[in-house]
Design a protein around this ligand. Sequence first.
Ligand SMILES: [Mg+2]
Length: 319
Amino acid sequence: MLSDSSIFAALPDGAPAHKPSLLMVDDQTVNIHVMYRAFAEDCQVFKATNGKTALQLCESKLPDLVLLDIEMPEMDGFEVCRRLKANETTRNIPVIFVTSHSDPEKETLGLELGAVDFISKPINPSVLRARVRTHLLLKYQSDALRSLAFRDGLTTLFNRRFFDHQLEMEWSRSVRQASSLAIILLDVDFFKRYNDHYGHQTGDDCLREIASTVKGSLRRKTDIAARYGGEEFICLLPETSQDNAMEIAEKISKRLQERALPHLYSDVSQYVTLSMGVASSIGGELEAEQLIALADQRLYNAKNSGRARVCGETPAVKN
Ligand SMILES: [Mg+2]
């Protein structure tokens, strides 16, 4: 039997490296304090005292689990849960209702809305911790299962299917929040020659090295790196400006230089290099497909202007 203090330290393989993050929602701050004390040490805690803030925090912070009060003025917990489950971005976040109701009908309604559990007030901290732990475990397991279907076998990055799904979701979010969504499209320079000369086995190793360089250059939980095609990779960067995306692209390039993977058959360097196209769109000014097309066009420009570079602009059309 695990001691209470080790409950969260003992989360298994597949759990993310960061501390579990919880969102606590209750219009009575005294209730939030009680819950906060139960988790402050081993979880990252976000707090909201109304439904509107709770929904915003769920979208922007993607907590691992939500502890949700039912009785709240303006928007009650049922409505918050309904909206979380209707939103593609937040639908997989488990919701536990924390409530003074012991009414089976309300409990049924909550479960039908997609909540995973009910905990009654007054809050007992050890019961609360135990239940939260159980649901975090289930959440991590289902995340892991979902991600298997969305991974590229060779590089373990996300695959194109997942990327397309995520792009659609993040594009909608950027429209709702009038935020900037950026894309980096990357292609390995002279990769056909690399494969021809070093063999496919070494070619695969090279792609894995590049994948880990790209992934290692992203910082935020919502940033995504995917394998887009044979030797093409793509990054999806929500809430990222064109300038910041350019910086990330340059960082990827610099880190790959530091790895110094030999490529004796490249015309532009003695090492493996990347050409990259960077594009961004604020609040859906471009459709998702147009955003990709723009990044692709800029990647093409990077290739045409000598490879081993990042291109974030479209040259003016000559008359
Ligand atoms: Mg309340």
